[in-house]
Structures are given as structure tokens and as C-alpha cells.
Ligand binder design. Structure first.
Ligand code: NAP
Length: 252
């Protein structure tokens, strides 16, 4: 368990209600942070995540918002500020994935994917960056994917959105480091969450066989990387993409 090095820090985790986001909420709560748990549609999951955060001894709040909607994002940030104070740390984790062929990659699918995974990340970052600039402190971790780094024939829009996250991370971190806002990204491989529901078992088995560690990852294994990138243990790192994929992708 990490040291409580985030005491008096407020963190917002988008898509914090389940999956990787929930594990991040719990890990950051263990580190002492106050945690704002964003969700889109499943309030019960968010309440369950809040219970886990509180069980770890931290203050929690749940906040509904669609990260792809500017008004919704503004309202979310205002609600977090009112209840937990200025946001010190942000985990841009909310994301959607649909397992689709190129024939099913319609403009509607493309826009839905880019809107949540990329525009949403921009909207939330821009909604919190001014308060970070004002206070001369900010730590941000963006959720990319190894799909950004390799061919993804059954997720073309998803791969493009996650490659956008990598480019956004590099450029925004360069622009914002003068204000002590440090931005990095994580690129997970296959992680055991509901997002994989549409992927058939044969494909999952093939991916595991191709993975040197011969298994899929668990959400806490990504939460540990997020904690590291938000913490001072990574203080000389910015604009980086850390791959956690059981060796399926190895960089450089
Ligand atoms: P998940 O279990 O499906 O959880 C997705 C989370 O995002 C939920 O909390 C969901 O909230 C939220 N969300 C979805 N659309 C949203 C929107 N428009 N506005 C706000 N929140 C929204 O997914 P996961 O596997 O934990 O994935 C988390 C992140 O990791 C994603 O960015 C994903 O692309 C990335 N990732 C996952 C894997 C993997 O194998 N699992 C691999 C690489 C990268 P509701 O439940 O309320 O809808």
C-alpha cells in the first residue's frame, strides 16, 4: 500500500465509478487524497466506489457528468470545487470502446469514440487547468492504450482516439510545465474490466497467448502506475507514456 503522500490533495477521476477508474480512486484514497468520482450513467457503481474510498479512510464524492459535453464538464468541476476545494490532480480515465470491423466503423461510431476519449479529455483538462495555473500546482494522468501504439483493425476510431491522447499529453505537458503542471499518460494492455464485454473469447485467448506474461492485467496494476505518475516519485517525468501490458508492447 502506498504511503499517504497525497494528504490534503483533491483528485478528480473521470470514469471513476468502475473498472480502472475505480481502482485509481481506491489507490489514491489509500494515498490520502480526497476523491471526486465521476460517472456518466451508472450512479450505483459510483456509490459503491465511494464506499470503497471511504473505507480507505478518505473523503469521497460522486459527480455525474458526460465528459464529452462542455456544460456538463463545467458543472462537474464547479461541484467538485464547492465540495472538495480546488482540484490538484486529475485522472482523465473515462473512455469507451466498441469492438467493430471497418465495415461497422461509421461516422457516428467514429464521432462517439473521439468525443468521449479525446474531446472529453481536452474538455476536462481545460476546465481544471486555470485553477492549477493559479495555484502553481497540477498533476494529470491521461489514459491512453497500447492501441495507440500498434495496429487495431477492430477498433480504428478507438486507436486513433488513444493516439490523440498521446499527442495531447506531449504537447499539453510542454505548454503547462512552466506552471508546475506535470502531465503523463498510461498505455494499458488488456485489463480485466467490463469494457472487454464485446470481445469474443477466442480473441482474448489469442491476446493472452501473444503476451509474454501470458495473462491479462488487473485494474490495481494500472492504478499503481497512475499513483506513481501523480506522485513525486516521478518528479522528473513529463509528457511520457508508460506502457503496462505484460510485455505485449515494449518501448522504445
Ligand atoms: P469500463 O470498465 O467500461 O469503465 C468506463 C468508465 O468510463 C465508467 O466509469 C463509465 O461511467 C465512464 N464513462 C464512459 N463514458 C463516459 C462519459 N461520456 N462521461 C463520463 N464518464 C464516462 O472501462 P475501463 O476498462 O475501466 O477503461 C477505463 C479507461 O482505460 C478507458 O479510457 C479505456 O479506454 C482505457 N483502457 C482500458 C483497457 C482495458 O483493457 N480495460 C486497456 C487500455 C485502455 P458509467 O459506468 O457511468 O457509464
Amino acid at each position: 500500500m502506498p504511503e499517504p503522500d497525497f494528504e490534503n490533495r483533491t483528485v478528480l477521476v473521470t470514469g471513476g465509478s468502475r473498472g480502472i477508474g475505480r481502482a485509481c480512486c481506491v489507490r489514491l484514497a489509500q494515498a490520502g487524497a480526497r476523491v471526486a468520482i465521476n460517472y456518466h450513467s451508472r450512479s450505483d457503481d459510483a456509490l459503491e466506489a465511494a464506499k470503497l474510498v471511504e473505507a480507505a479512510g478518505a473523503e469521497a464524492m460522486t459527480v455525474q457528468a458526460n465528459v464529452a459535453d462542455p456544460g456538463s464538464v463545467e458543472a462537474m468541476v464547479a461541484a467538485v470545487n464547492e465540495r472538495l476545494g480546488p482540484i490538484d490532480m486529475l485522472v482523465n480515465n473515462a473512455g469507451v470502446f466498441e469492438y467493430v470491423t471497418h465495415e461497422s466503423t461509421t461516422l457516428e461510431h467514429w464521432q462517439r469514440t473521439i468525443d468521449v476519449n479525446l474531446t472529453g479529455l481536452y474538455l476536462v483538462t481545460w476546465a481544471v487547468k486555470d485553477q492549477m495555473i493559479e495555484r502553481g500546482f497540477g498533476r494529470i494522468v491521461n489514459m491512453s492504450s497500447i492501441s495507440a501504439l500498434r495496429a487495431r483493425p477492430y477498433g480504428i476510431a478507438y486507436a486513433a482516439s488513444k493516439a490523440g491522447v498521446v499527442a495531447f499529453t506531449k504537447s499539453a505537458s510542454d505548454a503547462l510545465i512552466p506552471y508546475n503542471i506535470r502531465i503523463n499518460a498510461v498505455a494499458p494492455g488488456l485489463i480485466d474490466t467490463e469494457i472487454l464485454e464485446g470481445v469474443d473469447q477466442a480473441t482474448l485467448d489469442r491476446i493472452v497467448a501473444e503476451t509474454p506474461m501470458k495473462r491479462i492485467g488487473q485494474t490495481d496494476e494500472i492504478a499503481d502506475v497512475v499513483h506513481f505518475l501523480l506522485s513525486e516519485a516521478s518528479r522528473f517525468m513529463m509528457g511520457q507514456v508508460l506502457v503496462a501490458s505484460g510485455g505485449r508492447v515494449m518501448l522504445p
